[in-house]
Design a protein around this ligand. Structure first.
Ligand SMILES: C[S@@+](CC[C@H](N)C(=O)[O-])C[C@H]1O[C@@H](n2cnc3c(N)ncnc32)[C@H](O)[C@@H]1O
Length: 248
């Protein structure tokens, strides 16, 4: 039987114009497309006519196993993640599970525009210098570990992008994180939020840490916290890289 192949594809934040040509090409080639239903919906009619395997939230292991089974049957399979497949996406799990198979299987990771890139562009240029990305979800990472990382990042003066910032049921951590950054960096530290970055319904907020509309932050939002070099310039969030623009 022909050997199949699995592509772990980052489809970008959702807008068709932010799907890379490589991701588009791979989706066209795939016979089977596997993903979380809302991410498949973002692809619209691009995947019409393909075999679709979709599972609900937290069905990641099941999705990857189905993809591996199909590829072992000789099919070309695309496992889609929103943004980048290797940033809180499916690529790592696929590689871990594939390694357990007796028959070797080719897995290719296709990069995508992650939410941090799309949100940064929507706000201005906040990631011009060193930055960190943290997920506030305690589903797969113990809460104490998350809190420790928050303290370390806040102290290191890194611009910080928060993924999975707050859900309906998980509402205590984000205010705590904001307080920690405000305590270390000052209450007037620049911050921004972007909901639905890079797709229909994009909504940005820009201000200072203490003004941040915490109640409005949800699971389709990323929060960006500036550092000592971050400013609001013409209603855009900019982190200075260090160029001497006053001398020009
Ligand atoms: C499990 S992570 C997936 C990240 C994805 N692999 C990526 O590279 O963007 C889900 C979180 O990413 C963030 N996110 C993903 N897409 C987004 C978008 N278009 N706008 C704002 N935040 C987004 C949200 O914080 C969401 O809770």
């Amino acid at each position: 039987m022909n050997q199949g192949k699995i592509f772990a594809v980052g489809i970008g934040p959702g807008g068709a114009d932010l799907l890379t040509p490589r991701a588009h090409e791979v989706l066209m080639r795939a016979e089977v497309v596997v993903g979380y239903r809302p991410y498949l919906d973002l692809l619209g009619n691009l995947i019409d006519g393909k075999d679709i395997i979709s599972t609900g939230m937290r069905g990641e292991v099941e999705r990857c196993q189905s993809a591996i089974t199909k590829a072992l049957q000789g099919r070309v399979v695309a496992v889609v993640s929103s943004g980048d497949a290797g940033i809180y996406g499916m690529a790592g799990l696929l590689l871990e599970l594939e390694e357990k198979e007796d028959d070797p299987l080719e897995v290719e990771v296709v990069p995508g525009v992650t939410a941090a890139n799309a949100a940064a562009a929507a706000l201005g240029a906040p990631l011009m210098n060193d930055f960190a990305v943290l997920s506030l979800s305690d589903w797969l990472t113990p809460l104490e570990e998350i809190k420790h990382r928050v303290k370390v990042v806040a102290a290191a003066d890194l611009v910080c992008v928060l993924y999975n910032p707050q859900s309906h049921s998980r509402r205590e951590l984000l205010p705590e994180v904001i307080n920690e950054f405000a305590r270390v960096r000052g209450e007037s530290t620049v911050a921004g939020t972007v909901r639905n970055a890079g797709r229909e319904g994009e909504k940005c907020w820009l201000g200072t840490l203490t003004e941040l509309p915490v109640a409005d932050v949800d699971m389709v939002t990323v929060v960006l916290i500036g550092n000592s070099r971050s400013f609001i310039i013409n209603n855009r969030m900019v982190t200075r890289r260090g160029y001497q623009v006053t001398d020009i």
